[in-house]
Ligand binder design. Structure first.
Ligand code: HEM
Length: 206
């Protein structure tokens, strides 16, 4: 392997590092007890983690409590690194991504391409934000506007204005809107069929 700079140490977050570890078969076979693909299985409505349930899952996955999960005859157990990651997530407080608030615009820029843009107000320039694509039964193109707080607990000094752009290639011609969920709820963003004159998305929000 080539030598490279280590990425910055950052906390484990449910949506990025934990949810992808669960397979479709885990979801199917555990449906009798809970929906392992649903964040509501892991978090209360007020955002607090369901720590007893989460510790219970961990104990089944390490084999401390039987039956060992996932079972050996169904792809289990997890590798040690995955269990360590899950344990680190618990120790760090079962953190998750946050949702932001923004204004949205969408515009068709060619026959096959749509540009989705957001004007996002962040608590500080150390916060990260991006469009996370999600599966939705309500729309073929659905996103969440996620926000990742900085590692430091120092309160932000100044807020930050950020413009996000997501280029959607091979976009179906018949589709006229995109669904975006954020801290304010679900937004249907209508796609303007006339490409704006300026490519600078800042001007879209003027
Ligand atoms: C509270 C924690 C859990 C309990 C009490 C539990 C219990 C069970 C039980 C009773 C079964 C059916 C019997 C069996 O096949 O052994 C089962 C099946 C299964 N569980 Fe869990 N489970 C838990 C967590 C998990 C987790 C976290 C995963 C995935 C990471 C998982 C994956 C599976 C799979 C893949 C099967 C199907 C096995 C098969 O094909 O026979 N379970 N679980």
């Amino acid at each position: 392997m080539n030598s490279h700079q280590s990425p910055p140490d950052r906390p484990v977050r449910y949506e990025l590092h934990i949810a992808p570890l669960f397979r479709r078969i885990d979801r199917d076979h555990m449906a009798f007890a809970f929906d392992i693909s649903d964040p509501a299985t892991f978090y209360e409505a007020d955002g607090q983690p369901k720590i007893d349930l989460i510790r219970g899952l961990y104990d089944h996955m390490t084999g401390a409590t039987t039956p060992l999960m996932p079972p050996v005859h169904a792809g289990g157990p997890w590798p040690r690194e995955w269990l360590d990651l899950f344990a680190r997530w618990i120790n760090e407080g079962c953190l998750r991504l946050e949702l932001g608030t923004a204004q949205y615009r969408a515009s068709r820029t060619s026959a096959t391409q749509v540009r989705l843009a957001a004007r996002v107000e962040l608590p500080s320039s150390d916060h990260e934000t991006w469009f996370e694509r999600v599966d939705s039964s309500e729309a073929p193109y659905a996103y969440c506007l996620v926000v990742e707080p900085p590692v430091s607990d120092v309160p932000p000094a100044t807020s930050d204005l950020r413009f996000l752009v997501e280029e959607l290639n091979d976009f179906p011609s018949g589709l006229s809107s995109i669904l975006v969920a954020d801290a304010g709820g679900s937004h249907v963003v209508d796609i303007a069929e006339d490409a704006p004159e300026s490519r600078a998305v800042e001007s879209w929000f003027a």
